[in-house]
Design a protein around this ligand. Structure first.
Ligand code: FES
Length: 140
């Protein structure tokens, strides 16, 4: 093989192997958040994850932080777990069915409403449902 033929052969090989990577890197789909097929519902996790723990925390979902409680077989509730007092992350207490803030002990009902201060504003809530083995939410 002549030197020129060899260089052309290596160049074509490089282009052939690099082209799919270049196309994938330029695709806008890779940077778009996962969106459900039905409008502004956003995927925050899988039904298997929710069923395993009885709750699912998605800190960086497309709609912001979301805490879903329940299971795919029962009623689900989804809230923004950011405490409305000073911004700590509330935790779900399944025994008492309350969201409790570890910082200053505010408590919120399953509907997000304040049950005990110092917080005065309710947690933001989301509609939640299962769609093709995914947990999806949308602001209400
Ligand atoms: S930050 Fe939650 S009660 Fe203060």
């Amino acid at each position: 093989m002549k030197r020129r033929d060899f260089i052309n052969w290596v160049g074509l090989g490089w282009i052939a192997t690099s082209l799919p990577v270049a196309i994938a890197a330029c695709s806008s789909e890779s940077t778009t958040p996962k969106t459900s097929a039905s409008g502004d519902w956003q995927t925050v996790g899988t039904s298997a994850e929710l069923d395993k723990a009885g709750q699912l925390l998605a800190k960086n979902s497309p709609v912001g932080p979301v805490l879903v409680v329940g299971t795919s077989k029962t009623a689900m509730t989804a809230v923004d777990p950011t405490c409305t007092h000073k911004g700590c992350t509330v935790v779900w207490q399944a025994q008492t069915k309350k969201f409790a803030c570890p910082c200053h002990h505010s408590e919120f009902g399953i509907d997000g409403k304040v049950q005990k201060g110092p917080a005065t504003e309710p947690l933001k809530t989301y509609a939640a449902k299962i769609e093709r083995n995914s947990v999806v939410v949308k602001p209400v």
